[in-house]
Design a protein around this ligand. Structure first.
Ligand code: NAD
Length: 451
C-alpha cells in the first residue's frame, strides 16, 4: 500500500514538472516503446505461449503486430494531433481567435484483462503517452507470465515515475483505485467495470470502460453462406473464443441454417484439424475456473461438432451447440470461450427486436447482401461497433473508434480516438486588444433601446 502511494505520488510529481508536454518527449517515448517490443519479441512470444498457449502467428497478428501499427500511426500523426484546432466564431466574437487545445489529463491508470494481455495493456498506453500523460498499468494476474514480463520490460526502458507497472491480484487493483488518478482506462468485465466507476466517482475521475457482452452474428437468407461460415469460425475460435468482440452466438435464418452449419463444420476442420486438442497452435482456456464454467454449458442442447475437452491441458475443442433456447445458461452471460450456440429465426425484424431487448452488445455482425437491410440493422440496433459480412475486422482499423455502449462500455480508443480519449479538450478564446465592441456592456445604446 505504502509502495503504491509512493509510486502514485512520484508519478504525479513527474507530471507536475511538465516533463511530458513537448512533442519531442512524447515522440521519444513512443519510439522507445516500439524498440522495447522489438527487442523483447521472443520473450513476448514465450510469455503468451505460457499464459494461453498462443501460437506465434496469433501473437504476431493480434498482439505485437497490432501494437506496431498503433505506434506507427501515432508517430505519423502526433504533431498534427497536438496542433490546437482553430475553430470559427459568431459575429458577436469579432476580433477573437478560437482554439481547441488538447491537454493531457495527468496521471492515468490502465487496468487490463488477461485475454490479450500484452495488447490490452500497451494499446491504451500508446494513446496516454501520445497525449502527454504519465501511465501506471495494472495487468491481469491471470496472465502471470505476460504481467511479469511487462513489469520487467517497462522498468528497463522507462523512468519509473513516468511509466510503470504494478502487478498483483484484485486487492492490488482495489488499493490502486483508492488513489487519486486523473484518468482511469479499464478493460474487463461489466461487473468489475461498475466497481471501477464507483471508485472513480470519489475524485470525479473520468473513465473509459471497455467491457464485454453477448455479440451476435446474424446470418440472413441472402448471405454468402460459405464466406459467412468461414469468417464466423475464424472470429469465434481465434484465441479460443476469449475475445471481447468474438461472435458470442449465431442467429441464423431458418432457411439457411443447415447449409451454414455444414460449412462451419468444414472450416473448423480446415483451420484447426481433426483433433484440435492436439493442435499446438490452438489457444487454451486461461484457468480451471473458466474451463469448468465453459464445460458446464455442454450439458444443454445438442453438440453438433466438437465437444471434446481436456482439463489437464485446459483445452476445449471448437464446439457448435444446436437446439439452444434463450433460457439456457449459455445464453445468460457472455460465453468467452470456444463454444458457439446456434439459434434460428424466421423473421429478421423479430430477431432484431429480440437483440434489442437484451443489453447493448459490444459488437454485432450481420451477414446479408441487401443494402437496405444492412442499413436497417445498423440504424435499428444499438451496439458498440461491428462489421457487415465479416467479424472482428472493424477493430483493426485505426481510423475507427473502438468501444462499447450501455453495458458494453463507454468511451472509445484506437488511432486518434486514443489520443482524444486521454486528452481534455480545452477551449481557448484569444481576444483582441485593438478594439472593444461595446454592445455587451451595461449602459450602451442597444441595451437602452431594449429597455
Ligand atoms: P475482469 O473484469 O475479471 O478483470 C479485469 C481487471 O480487473 C484485471 O486486471 C483484474 O485484476 C481486475 N479485477 C478483477 N476483479 C476485480 C475486483 N473485484 N476489484 C478490482 N479489480 C478487479 O476481466 P477479465 O476476466 O480479465 O477479462 C474478461 C472480460 O473482459 C470479458 O468480459 C471481456 O469481454 C472483457 N474484455 C473487454 C474488452 C474490450 O475492449 N471491450 C477487451 C478484452 C476483454
Amino acid at each position: 500500500m505504502v509502495e503504491i502511494e509512493k509510486l502514485v505520488a512520484d508519478t504525479h510529481s513527474f507530471f507536475m514538472n511538465g516533463n511530458t508536454i513537448t512533442y519531442e518527449f512524447r515522440q521519444k517515448q513512443l519510439m522507445t516503446l516500439k524498440q522495447m517490443l522489438k527487442d523483447n519479441e521472443s520473450k513476448i512470444y514465450r510469455a503468451l505461449k505460457n499464459d494461453l498457449n498462443k501460437s506465434k502467428q496469433d501473437s504476431l497478428t493480434t498482439e505485437i503486430g497490432f501494437l506496431y501499427t498503433e505506434i506507427d500511426f501515432a508517430l505519423k500523426n502526433l504533431r498534427n494531433w497536438m496542433t490546437p484546432e482553430k475553430v470559427p466564431a459568431p459575429m458577436t466574437h469579432k476580433g477573437t481567435q478560437n482554439f481547441i487545445f488538447k491537454e493531457p489529463y495527468g496521471v492515468t491508470l490502465i487496468i487490463s484483462p488477461w485475454n490479450y494481455p500484452l495488447q490490452l495493456a500497451i494499446g491504451p498506453a500508446i494513446g496516454a503517452i501520445a497525449a502527454g500523460n504519465c501511465v501506471i498499468v495494472k495487468p491481469s494476474e491471470h496472465a502471470a507470465a505476460t504481467s511479469t514480463l511487462l513489469a520487467e520490460m517497462i522498468a528497463d526502458y522507462f523512468d519509473q515515475s513516468y511509466f510503470s507497472v504494478i502487478e498483483g491480484e484484485q486487492e492490488v487493483t482495489q488499493a490502486l483505485l483508492k488513489q487519486r488518478f486523473d484518468y482511469i482506462f479499464f478493460t474487463g468485465s461489466t461487473n468489475v467495470g461498475k466497481i471501477v466507476m464507483r471508485a472513480a466517482s470519489e475524485y470525479l475521475t473520468p473513465v473509459t470502460l471497455e467491457l464485454g457482452g453477448k455479440s451476435p452474428a446474424i446470418v440472413d437468407m441472402d448471405a454468402n453462406i460459405n464466406l459467412a461460415a468461414k469468417r464466423i469460425v475464424w472470429g469465434k475460435f481465434t484465441n479460443a473464443g476469449q475475445t471481447c468482440v468474438a461472435p458470442d452466438y449465431v442467429y441464423v435464418h431458418e432457411k439457411v441454417k443447415f447449409k451454414l452449419l455444414k460449412a462451419m463444420k468444414k472450416y473448423i476442420r480446415t483451420f484447426y484439424g481433426r483433433n484440435p486438442l492436439k493442435n499446438d497452435n490452438f489457444t487454451r482456456i486461461i484457468n480451471e475456473k473458466h474451463f469448468d464454467r465453459l464445460t458446464s454449458f455442454l450439458i444443454k442442447g445438442s453438440i453438433l461438432h466438437g465437444g471434446n475437452v481436456d482439463r489437464e491441458s485446459l483445452m476445449i475443442e471448437p464446439t457448435i451447440l444446436d437446439y439452444i433456447s434463450w433460457e439456457d445458461p449459455i445464453m445468460q452471460d457472455e460465453i468467452f470461450g470456444p463454444i458457439l450456440p446456434i439459434i434460428s429465426f424466421t423473421n429478421l425484424e423479430d430477431a432484431l427486436y429480440k437483440i434489442k431487448l437484451g443489453e447493448k452488445p459490444l459488437a454485432l455482425y450481420y451477414f446479408g447482401d441487401d443494402y437496405k437491410t444492412q442499413q436497417q440493422v445498423i440504424e435499428y440496433v444499438s451496439f458498440g461497433g461491428g462489421s457487415i459480412n465479416d467479424t472482428l475486422y472493424h477493430l483493426a482499423n485505426p481510423h475507427l473508434p473502438f468501444g462499447g455502449v450501455g453495458a458494453s462500455g463507454m468511451g472509445a480508443y484506437h488511432g486518434k480516438y486514443s489520443f482524444d480519449t486521454f486528452s481534455h479538450s480545452k477551449s481557448i478564446l484569444k481576444q483582441t486588444t485593438k478594439f472593444d465592441i461595446p454592445f455587451r456592456y451595461p449602459g450602451n445604446k442597444i441595451n437602452e433601446k431594449l429597455v
